[in-house]
Design a protein around this ligand. Structure first.
Ligand code: FE2
Ligand code: FE2
Length: 160
């Protein structure tokens, strides 16, 4: 996991997380900082293990999950869809951490797809991120349930 550890220490990565933390400081709903990325990584990887879809190395899954919302601050500032912004911002970070072109293509596709419906003919990584993005949330004990558009009974029942 050397390259993922390198990503976590990357100055630009940290600066994007800082911007997100600042812009979400008064947000009632789920936030999109480092903790969310790590939760999505763990759940997506567990999902792939359980499905016995071992085609994706752990480093690929973790890198994609840690980067999938990195463009949230761009969406807050400009209105650009954050899946697109995250995909753009992730490219130089992945290059800096020595991911290969083939690996980068898989990761960027997964990030770009993470907001789509998991059954919408997505790549394996895109579907894992889309599912984990919901399952990684702690809806069960959330005080904002009643006002959250994402909350539904299914999420309330998920214990992943
Ligand atoms: Fe997202
Ligand atoms: Fe997310």
């Amino acid at each position: 996991m050397a390259r993922v550890n390198q990503l976590i220490e990357n100055e630009d990565y940290i600066s994007y997380l800082d911007k997100i933390d600042f812009l979400e400081r008064e947000r009632l709903f789920c936030k999109h900082g480092f903790e969310h990325g790590l939760n999505v990584a763990r759940v997506a990887y567990a999902y792939l293990l359980e499905k016995e879809e071992l085609l994706l190395p752990k480093e690929i899954v973790y890198a994609a999950a840690l980067l999938h919302d990195i463009g949230r601050w761009v969406e807050y500032e400009t209105g650009e869809d954050h899946a697109e912004a995250s995909t753009r911002l992730a490219l130089p970070l992945l290059e800096a951490c020595s991911f290969s072109l083939d690996e980068i293509q898989v990761i960027l596709k997964g990030i770009r797809e993470h907001r789509r419906h998991p059954e919408d003919n997505l790549s394996l990584l895109g579907a894992a991120l889309a599912l984990a993005d919901d399952w990684a949330r702690d809806c069960h004990s959330c005080s904002a349930q009643a006002r959250c558009y994402k909350f539904n009974l299914t999420m309330n029942q998920v214990v992943y």
